[in-house]
Design a protein around this ligand. Sequence first.
Ligand code: ZN
Length: 182
Amino acid sequence: MSILRVARMGHPVLRRVADPVPPEEISSDRIQRLVDDLLDTVEEYEGAGLAAPQVHESVRVVALTLPVADDDEDEEMQVWINPVLTPLTDDLIGSYEGCLSVPGLRGFVGRPGHIRVQALDRFGQRIDRELSGFAAIVAQHECDHLDGVLYVDRVEPGTLGFVEEMRRYGAPRPTGADDGEE
Ligand code: ZN
């Protein structure tokens, strides 16, 4: 297990569409090591999630903090392989997002507030669940990385800023979605 270097915006690996993991390869040393390293790395940097392309591996694997069960307060770091997200609402919820690949910045993004997730876990078991609120936002942010999309591509114009300056002067007020802030 190792802490990996995180690719920053501008590195082409972040713009590639990542390859699916063939299910028979999930148990391979390569994928299991990648999962372990993703978990170590996201823990080290205290991120809400991390996608494999962010550690220079262009495959469809993400690690993210999620509620253990739908009506449980507890959270744990979970791993999805080949996730497919389906929005279950047109209603957007907005929040200020940040990204380990875009250090120091935050910007306001609106995303569907209720989604379905279908994926495999690190043991190849099927995951099929619905997520809402902050968990839905994290899921969409991380899975965007698998398609070469960064949150800054979706940010509401005028709301991108440095965290340090927002602490001093407050975050720019978004006009779209609601004004929720994470
Ligand atoms: Zn990110």
